[in-house]
Design a protein around this ligand. Structure first.
Ligand SMILES: [Zn+2]
Length: 356
């Protein structure tokens, strides 16, 4: 009974996700107005909106104008239904099961919006992040709060630095424009300070430069051509300076992740001004950084496995279909879902294969 209920709930939620995927990027209301045919504008009746079945009954055409309906609508519904069913096999009826449904639904919406627009809306990435942290805090689900917080910061910090180095190489080592009051520069500084002074002090110093930039209206930052080359040097030299490599690395990533997620949140809340200002001019786009940070809140340290699986799947599809521009969000989401259900088993199998 429970898996069947989960499947039907998934179909219904999937039908709602279609509306979210369609309307959220345009800034339209998700609740109102009621659904209409995008071709003829005829208002859709409840009998037209039964997940999957309406599409099959109408043979993929609008009842009113016979315009073909995109097969993506039933696909999103069926996918959500199947994912919810999978979750139902892992969790009995419980708050944990419904939190898992929310995790999956948010990832489906994010994936298809990224496919359509190459963007990951902040409302959904930060929704995923905060829901994961809240669930960890209240229920220690899916993992304890300290692991959720560390996982989220490590993941966002790690991918934020990859994006930083990527942009630095693409610009051929020329200095990027520093954002006021906060941008990738602070993330790179936080990583360096975090390596030298630990995550707490590192983050505090970087936040201080954010505050100073905001106060003065000018970027108060160290240039990337200083922070980015010094950072690996700090990691390499750590063992010779009496620190251990792992805690130095962790200090960098935690600190950078704190700045990346807090900075991203600042820009998400800031009212948009006429599109004059470029938000985050980095090679990979901080959307992926925020998404991986959000996955970290659910996966803890296994978020690195999700990243690895995402890169693998993205590279495979990119090569197989010779696509030039591949949105990374759907692959990260796929890696996240696989890791959520099978991460520990995969990891144990891998260690077993290595003979450990
Ligand atoms: Zn129509």
């Amino acid at each position: 009974m429970w898996p069947a209920f989960a499947f039907i709930l998934g179909l219904v939620v999937g039908s709602f996700l279609n509306v979210v995927i369609h309307r959220l990027p345009k800034g339209e209301s998700i609740v109102f107005p009621p659904s209409r045919c995008p071709a003829c504008g005829h208002r859709l009746a409840p009998k037209d909106l039964v997940p999957v079945l309406s599409y099959l009954a109408l043979r993929g055409r609008c009842r009113y104008c016979a315009h073909p309906i995109s097969p993506r609508y039933p696909l999103v519904e069926a996918l959500t239904g199947l994912l919810f069913t999978l979750a139902a096999f892992f969790y009995p009826p419980s708050p944990q099961a419904f939190l898992t449904f929310a995790f999956l639904a948010l990832l489906v919406a994010l994936s298809f919006i990224d496919l359509d627009t190459y963007e990951l809306p902040d409302s959904l990435t930060y929704g995923l992040l905060f829901l994961g942290l809240l669930s960890a805090y209240l229920l220690s689900f899916p993992r304890p709060f300290s692991q959720a917080l560390d996982g989220s910061l490590l993941a966002a910090g790690g991918l934020g630095l990859v994006a930083g180095y990527g942009a630095f190489f693409l610009r051929r080592f020329r200095e990027g424009r520093a954002e006021v009051p906060v941008g990738p520069h602070q993330v790179h500084m936080a990583a360096l300070f975090g390596a030298l002074l630990g995550p707490g002090v590192g983050m505090a110093l970087a936040f201080l430069t954010w505050a100073l930039s905001g106060r003065t209206g000018r970027p108060v930052v160290l240039p990337d051509r200083i922070t980015l080359p010094l950072l690996p040097l700090a990691w390499i030299l750590a063992p010779y300076l009496g620190a251990d490599l792992l805690s130095t690395l962790k200090g960098s990533l935690l600190s950078a992740g704190g700045l990346a997620l807090a900075g991203g949140f600042y820009w998400a809340l800031r009212p948009q001004e006429g599109g004059g200002e470029e938000e985050e001019p980095v090679a990979m786009g901080y959307g992926d950084v925020k998404l991986l940070g959000a996955l970290g809140a659910w996966l803890g340290p296994y978020s690195l496995l999700a990243l690895f699986l995402g890169v693998l799947a993205g590279a495979f599809v990119g090569l197989a279909f010779r696509q030039r521009k591949v949105p990374f969000g759907p692959y990260l989401a796929l890696g996240g879902v696989v890791t959520f259900f099978f991460g520990e088993a995969l990891w144990r199998a891998y260690l077993g294969w290595l003979g450990l």
